[in-house]
Design a protein around this ligand. Structure first.
Ligand SMILES: NC(=O)C1=CN([C@@H]2O[C@H](COP(=O)(O)OP(=O)(O)OC[C@H]3O[C@@H](n4cnc5c(N)ncnc54)[C@H](OP(=O)(O)O)[C@@H]3O)[C@@H](O)[C@H]2O)C=CC1
Ligand SMILES: CC(=O)N[C@@H](CCC(=O)OP(=O)(O)O)C(=O)O
Length: 352
């Protein structure tokens, strides 16, 4: 336990984009105390050296990573590391009784063979991985509440799946016709230097990448298959947009009943997400912008139908670093601890 009965929390990867969002949100969370911040190349520095704007609030150093020592200090551990690291660390933390929330892809897959094919790493932690729950609260809230290990969803899958879920769950579309056309800001690529994310490369440009082979495809398909009750393949194309934060996923699919109009679907979506404080269904004729969600944990969804083609078009906007990453992980923690799902999470975006 932390001070005043608060839950002691550690963040491994605190110097990264996900890490700093976790720090920013958790330092004001009423039920937790941040007791450990960990990193690799930043270990030994003060957190304030990397993020001086938080110096007045966070005096902690970034420490090296020793799972044994982390487990001795923390009841809850967030792992915000590149793919392939959490699976070497989580088994020890879980074994010592910590609740673990992994922001990477390591614990997102129920079938580890799929992970191995798409991420190229052989897994030794099969017993632990089978206990993990996919951390999309709007779909798996009850399972998250019971779990000790959460594989938090990717940013594109979060936006895409929240758009698709009501259609698939209620059999309103032909699942195989689903196409996800998604756009992300550059912070989706993390803080590590990458040539394609340099201002001179990304600015004034707008391009697709990972066409027909992005690693979020099998993650989206896993959940779509679960919702549809049979295996579903989805066409997913991501794009890099010259902006820092935000994802807009535009989803297309053929309606089973082409007579459905957008008002029908808005009613269906509002009923589906009635107990979900972080999903907002836009009014008829309103389509979301990424800036509305920027800085908040909200997912905005807009819906349209095209009677000419018989398709539904669903637009879903999130902040990739909040609902797509750190905010969603905290939402999962709230559920695991039996706290209000909205605790410590920003309700409003940065922009008017
Ligand atoms: N950015 C986004 O929008 C989203 C990212 N994710 C996922 O979240 C995870 C973190 O992403 P993001 O914050 O963007 O990544 P960053 O590249 O910004 O940060 C990575 C962090 O991992 C730390 N790290 C790297 N290697 C090691 C190691 N060997 N031991 C300990 N720490 C290490 C780095 O520490 P140091 O700086 O000290 O070297 C840094 O703190 C990734 O798996 C990513 O795929 C998920 C959803 C959205
Ligand atoms: C713009 C950009 O580079 N985006 C990243 C999204 C990565 C991400 O968020 O990874 P996980 O959600 O799988 O952890 C990419 O396409 O790889």
């Amino acid at each position: 336990m932390g001070k005043e009965g608060r839950v002691s929390v550690g963040i491994v990867g605190a110097s990264g984009y996900g890490g700093v969002q976790l720090v920013r949100l958790l330092m004001d969370h009423p039920e937790v105390e941040l007791v450990y911040l960990g990193g690799d190349s930043s270990a030994g520095k003060s957190f304030a050296d990397i993020y001086p704007h938080l110096a007045h609030r966070v005096a902690q150093p970034i420490e090296s990573v020793d799972p044994e020592a982390i487990a001795a200090r923390c009841e809850v551990v967030f792992l915000s590391l590149p793919n392939g690291f959490a699976c070497d660390m989580a088994p020890q933390l879980v074994d010592k009784g910590c609740k673990v929330l992994d922001l990477s892809a390591d614990y997102r897959f129920s079938d580890l063979e799929t992970y191995q094919i798409w991420y190229g790493k052989q897994r030794q932690d099969i017993a632990v991985a089978t206990k993990a729950v996919y951390g999309l609260p709007e779909l798996y809230r009850d399972r998250i509440a019971e779990s000790q290990l959460i594989g938090c969803p990717g940013c594109y899958p979060t936006a895409s799946l929240l758009a698709l879920a009501p259609l698939l769950k209620q059999g309103l579309i032909v699942p195989e016709t689903a196409i996800v056309d998604a756009k992300s800001g550059t912070s989706g690529g993390g803080r590590q230097a990458k040539t394609g994310l340099l201002l001179a490369e990304a600015d004034n440009s707008f391009a697709a990448y990972g066409v027909a082979r992005h690693r979020h495809t099998p993650e989206i398909e896993q959940v779509c298959s679960d919702l549809a009750g049979h295996q579903v393949l989805v066409q997913f194309t991501p794009h890099l947009v010259p902006m820092v934060r935000g994802i807009l996923a535009t989803v297309y699919a053929t309606l089973r009943d082409p007579g459905l109009v957008r008002e029908d679907l808005i009613t269906i979506y509002r009923a589906f997400y009635r107990n979900c404080p972080w999903v907002t269904i836009c009014d008829s004729g309103i389509y979301p912008q990424t800036k509305w969600a920027c800085g908040s944990n909200l997912c905005y969804i807009g819906i349209e139908t095209d009677p000419r083609t018989g398709r539904v078009i669903v637009l879903s906007a999130i902040d990739n670093l909040i609902k797509g990453q750190a905010g969603q992980a905290i939402q999962c923690l709230n559920i695991m601890m039996g706290w209000d799902e909205s605790l410590g999470l920003p309700k409003l975006g940065f922009y008017p």
